[in-house]
Design a protein around this ligand. Sequence first.
Ligand code: G1P
Length: 294
Amino acid sequence: MTDFPPIRKAVFPVAGLGTRFLPATKSIPKEMLPIVDKPLIQYAVDEAVEAGIDTIIFVTSHKKGAILDHFDPNSELESLLTAQGNVELRDRVHNIIPDHVSTRYVIQEKALGLGHAVWCAKKLVGDEPFAVLLADDLIRSTGSGCLKQMVAEYHATGSGCIGVEEIPVSMTDRYGIVSVHKDAVGRNYIRDIVEKPSPESAPSNLGVVGRYILPAEIFSLLESVRAGAGGEIQLTDAIARLLENKPLLAHAFEGVRYDCGSRQGFIRATVDYALENADLRDDLLRYIETVKGV
Ligand code: G1P
């Protein structure tokens, strides 16, 4: 079996405005909104670290200081928790980023789209395949996390990979949509990818979720694509060009995805994660019973 370069770096575009959560996101980045007691961005970072990522690259805006603060060590807080004898909580705060993982930041000066955000990480990524995670797609899995599953596919084939799931046809205009063909051993390779097509023109109902493993060639393609859907530089359009020369897998991950960029998805995630938490479950179930018929 061939050895392919490891996937060590992950790009987190976190410069978006989060308008769907205003006014909450006027001063708090949407990625810092918590599901139970962890900010969305930390779920995604944890998933990346589990997949073997050792360099986290945040593409951020000038206004996202809270994200930097969250991932910076806070020795004052840790000392206080130690003095209070709350070792468990101190360790949780300390291990927000494991010691072997480093964080880097790059500023996206203008909100020109997801493709532009990824392009901003070009110098920090260099010439190696890398991952992209969109933190508002929260993926809960009982086994390996979504990115770890995709890294395994990459190591088995050497091909880049995009996370996908079936979505209702009526919702194709909210996501990137792919059509696929199977290879001889049943792996799904992407034939086409289109950003937010109408249900009538969508090539399928397989929606892209915010998990990508991409070769470094994507950066030069991002430089030449023009503004696409919504007037933005779309990652999807550069991926469509990449497909002319490079195969890419579509990975239908095991797990549940919550679109936490929408209020409905965010609330569902909050309920499901709370139900998984032994301290909260019974109380929440009792509470749901009392409000059910209201
Ligand atoms: C982005 C991508 C889209 C993908 C989606 C997943 O869209 O452009 O292809 O399906 O993330 O969440 P956005 O949510 O930024 O509009």
